[in-house]
Design a protein around this ligand. Sequence first.
Ligand SMILES: C[S@@+](CC[C@H](N)C(=O)[O-])C[C@H]1O[C@@H](n2cnc3c(N)ncnc32)[C@H](O)[C@@H]1O
Length: 302
Amino acid sequence: MHRGPLRAGEWVRLVDGKGRKHNFCLEPGKRFFSNRGHLDHDELIGREEGFTVTSSAGGEYLVFRPLLSEFVVSMPRGAAVVYPKDAAQIVAMVDIFPGAHVVEAGVGSGALTCSLLRAVGPHGRVSSYERREEFADVARRNVSQFFGVAEGESHPAWRLTIGDLAEELPASGEKCDRIILDMLAPWDCLDAAADALRPGGIVCAYVATTTQMSRFVETVRVHGGFTEPTAWESLVRDWHVEGLAVRPGHKMIGHTAFLVTARRMAPGERAPRKTRRPAPGAYGPDYTGPRSADAADALPEE
Ligand SMILES: C[S@@+](CC[C@H](N)C(=O)[O-])C[C@H]1O[C@@H](n2cnc3c(N)ncnc32)[C@H](O)[C@@H]1O
């Protein structure tokens, strides 16, 4: 997969002179149409990627296989996907290693699943949980398309379970090294995640809003079986580089989501309590979220 002559059934990515992108699946006898005429798929099948073709009306197109980061933003979607810049953060900062056993929920459109499957390699395992059958179908098709899995078969390192992670993961009895929660209410899955994670394992939540981030962080603190959580976001800025005109690009993805991680302590062990007291008012009368022992100590004396 992903090298050698282009084959029928694979996706290609055509980019025109204005940078417009067209992604499609190669099918013998089919035609690609654009505002610059048409191109026969048969002209592309069998050629080594990295060439330029000219359409019937003189449009020039650069032809490559899409990279994973390009595939996930153009593939069919059931739910919002983890963006490539965040998938890269997850693979690096959640330390997804070859041979790891990773649990994720929900699978959504399967974008993060593809990054995880690549990172764990042939000796690892990705167990995905998804509540909605129709999203799971989209994810199955996307994963199969990206990895070139034959019809009726599934990726050998992937297991997909339909159901709520909070119920299905404990029922499965599986133990894992990493858990990624990309869903509206990751705090509902924290107990199940804690029971399944091996000591030293990492839980990671990918959440879109500050209120979700706050609730997840505080729930991890209240649980007590994890290290102090780390929360962050990543901002990526393109640069325009042309002669003396070297400046940041005009367009930028402003916000995708926040990441929160924490490491699982060994059974019965607790991380040392924080030596620094919370900021004054952080857990004042207006704060109504989960409250750990440190936060309770920060309450003003009656
Ligand atoms: C934003 S999407 C996930 C996108 C996916 N990570 C990707 O990169 O394509 C969130 C998904 O989580 C699923 N979901 C929400 N809560 C869940 C739970 N407790 N267990 C399993 N799936 C859940 C939803 O049905 C939805 O498909």
